[in-house]
Design a protein around this ligand. Structure first.
Ligand SMILES: [Zn+2]
Length: 299
């Protein structure tokens, strides 16, 4: 499932390709992608627009359009946004796979298709069909994203800010990191990697961290996400970047998916547990399980 580094990779790759180009037509092929807005209505609203940029907020892709509007897209479980050009197979009706080198975008799973002014196309493909999109006036964005947490790669993401979010929370650290209203963009992969880097046990109550732990976790979240971006994201299953290529972060995981393998630090065995319904990988020797802090008595 794409997380911040995967979405950031797509945005960074595609923005220079798309900026300034006109969308001749947006064809929405799946009603689920645009709902509750009818597919044809969203298509008509976006067709003819000029692209001013492509950015990211949390795990959302933000396609800035002229007229002060943004097409917001979420890849969810298995969505991909891929630029199709040149020798690529362009006939989605045949349901063929696109193959160009390592490229494996399936035309069968095409949900929406942007026809650009220079003949290239931008495809949103999604086998599981949880991906979605909506068009919004930029003026309404702050309200829409009101409950989305701090951007972990921004200067607002400090140990103090993390401490304020964690204060009094009894939820396990793993679940705390997955909560998009706290730190936005971190998912199952990078939560495991960050907790390992911070040497914190995933079941530690979030409110049990002292300043030292908070600083370690803050730095670890940033380091884990940056490693993911440097590697072009993780392709455990469906994720492909904006050019249809696999990321390489899955080859560099420290603990995630590495059950039974040696810990890179102590050589002990990495274990898998389930926290909040999510597979969680960690080193029981290196990652300290914090206890709930005793409540301060009022005088
Ligand atoms: Zn270890």
């Amino acid at each position: 499932m794409p997380e911040l580094p995967e979405v950031e990779t797509v945005a960074r790759q595609l923005e220079p390709e798309l900026e300034g180009h006109r969308i001749e037509e947006l064809e929405v092929l799946d009603e689920r992608w645009s709902r509750p807005v009818p597919a044809a209505e969203l298509g008509a609203a976006v067709s003819g627009a000029t692209i001013e940029g492509l950015g990211r907020r949390g795990k959302y892709l933000m396609l800035a359009l002229d007229g002060g509007r943004t097409l917001v897209m979420h890849l969810r479980m298995t969505g991909n946004l891929v630029l199709v050009e040149g020798d690529d197979v362009l006939d989605p009706s045949e349901g063929r796979l696109l193959y160009q080198g390592e490229r494996t975008t399936s035309a069968k799973h095409l949900r929406a298709r942007f026809l650009l002014d220079d003949g290239r196309e931008l495809w949103f493909t999604d086998p599981r069909r949880f991906g979605e999109a909506f068009l919004i006036d930029d003026a309404d964005l702050p309200l829409r994203f009101e409950r989305l947490g701090v951007e972990p790669l921004s200067s607002e993401f400090t140990a103090e800010a993390l401490g304020a979010m964690a204060a009094g929370r009894t939820a396990p650290l793993k679940s705390f990191l997955l909560d998009q209203s706290g730190v936005s963009g971190v998912g199952n992969i990078y939560a495991d990697e960050a907790l390992y880097r911070a040497r914190l046990h995933p079941l530690s109550p979030a409110g049990s961290m002292n300043l030292e732990h908070l600083e370690a976790l803050r730095d670890a979240v940033v380091a884990a996400l940056e490693a993911g971006i440097d590697a072009g994201g993780s392709s455990i299953d469906d994720y492909r970047d904006g050019r249809g290529e696999k990321g390489t972060m899955q080859e560099k995981f420290l603990v995630h998916t590495r059950e039974g393998e040696p810990c890179p630090s102590c050589g002990g065995e990495i274990v898998r547990i389930v926290v909040g319904g999510r597979s969680t990988y960690f080193c029981p020797s290196c990652q300290v399980r914090l206890r709930r802090r005793p409540r301060r008595r009022a005088k």
